[in-house]
Design a protein around this ligand. Structure first.
Ligand code: NAD
Length: 355
């Protein structure tokens, strides 16, 4: 029998609705929260969808703000907050991926607005009380109960338009949450169960979606897996992998999902040396040692494998390893600046990790 270590399980706090066509429940959910008018948020890319939802909401809509941007720059939040206040809205509906959800969280924590979130990627932000914001070229992250969305509506149909390349990188982004939750310092048995099932589900759904991005069953599996991954991200602290992704995204503006997809085999391979048992669910889902298995899996799906393809120079890697090790933080394996510099070099060149 395995040892049960002491743990704290803080509970799962958001109301979650999952299915096909569930976007029609948005108005019911706004009313359930006792709110009267929602500002519908999106990126410029998904403006037409935001407009259609706003129209469907009728009197429950206070209009749209379609200016969400990746990494939640504070200037955009200030403009959106002014729009929120002048619209007379008392809640937001965030329709989109992590960028739109981040904007909704930034408005909510500044105004007390409730959030109904309709995620259309696999990034998982909807299930967390974490907000990352960018100001002056650096990204800072904080946790607060006011940041956690009240209601999350997962509508599988909305993910059918997620472009094939982003489908894969966003799915790998989700798997990163599950992988790091397995060894989190504050992990608990429920988070481990969710992470294990998420890795199993996504390891089946993503290859099916790489073949046919319109496969509805695989889309449902991927979104279900992404929910579990988001819940794992919200329920446990992240370590080396997420810290490096935030450094590259926040200070070098690398694209979020792609950065996760490229770094994941390297960070997990690095940590697996210290805690191979805790990472067994990764090996069980993919076969092989964790880092190498993740590298082969990502490559087989056609995901990018080299940081150098995203505008980073080798001198950027020097600066990134300095920023990432400036404030020490917990990781299951100790490291120094040279370790991180070497890891980033491997990821820059797209080398397959040995472990
Ligand atoms: P994104 O939200 O920037 O979306 C990428 C692009 O795809 C956007 O143009 C978007 O409009 C478009 N798109 C999204 N869904 C689509 C769909 N179904 N069909 C067609 N187009 C679609 O990307 P992301 O990877 O979801 O989010 C990244 C951001 O989220 C980063 O800023 C990251 O830091 C943040 N994030 C935060 C947390 C958290 O817990 N705080 C967790 C994960 C991600």
């Amino acid at each position: 029998m395995s040892t049960i270590n002491p743990f704290v399980f803080p509970g799962l706090r958001s109301r979650v609705i999952f299915g096909h066509g569930t976007i029609v429940e948005t108005g019911v959910e706004i009313a359930r929260l006792g709110r009267r008018k929602a500002l519908v948020l999106s990126t410029p890319n998904q403006k037409a969808d935001a407009e259609a939802l706003s129209e469907r909401l009728g009197a429950l809509s206070a209009g749209i703000f379609a200016g969400a941007v990746m990494h939640t720059p504070v200037e955009v939040t200030e403009t959106a907050l002014a729009a929120f206040k002048s619209s007379g809205a008392d809640c937001v509906v965030s329709l989109g991926g992590g960028s739109t959800i981040g904007l909704g969280k930034a408005i909510a924590t500044r105004s007390g607005a409730d959030q109904v979130v309709i995620p259309t990627t696999y990034a998982g932000s909807e299930m967390t009380d974490i907000l990352g914001e960018t100001a002056g070229g650096e990204k800072t992250t904080r946790r607060d109960p006011s940041i956690l969305p009240e209601t999350v509506i997962y509508d599988v149909d909305l993910t059918l338009t997620l472009p094939p390349a982003l489908t894969i990188t966003s799915g790998l982004n989700a798997m990163a949450h599950a992988a790091e939750a397995l060894y989190a310092r504050d992990r608990n048995p429920i988070v481990t169960l969710m992470s294990t099932d998420a890795l199993r589900t996504l390891s089946g759904a993503l290859p099916a979606l790489a073949k046919d991005a319109g496969d509805r069953e695989a889309r449902a599996g991927a979104l279900y897996g992404a929910w579990l991954c988001g819940a794992a991200l919200g329920g446990a602290s992240m370590a080396l992998h997420h810290k490096l992704c935030h450094t590259l995204g926040g200070s070098f503006n690398t694209p979020h999902a792609e950065t996760h997809a490229i770094l994941l085999p390297h960070t997990i391979g690095f940590n697996s040396v210290e805690i191979p048992d805790l990472l067994a669910p990764v090996s069980d889902a993919l076969g092989g040692t964790p880092g190498a298995a993740l590298f082969d899996f990502a490559a087989s799906l056609g995901a990018p494998t080299k940081l150098r393809d995203f505008g980073l120079s080798e001198s950027d890697l020097d600066r990134a390893s300095e920023i990432a090790t400036k404030n020490p933080y917990w990781n299951p394996r100790a490291f120094n600046r040279e370790d991180i510099r070497a890891l980033l070099q491997d990821a820059w060149e797209g080398r397959r990790p040995p472990q």
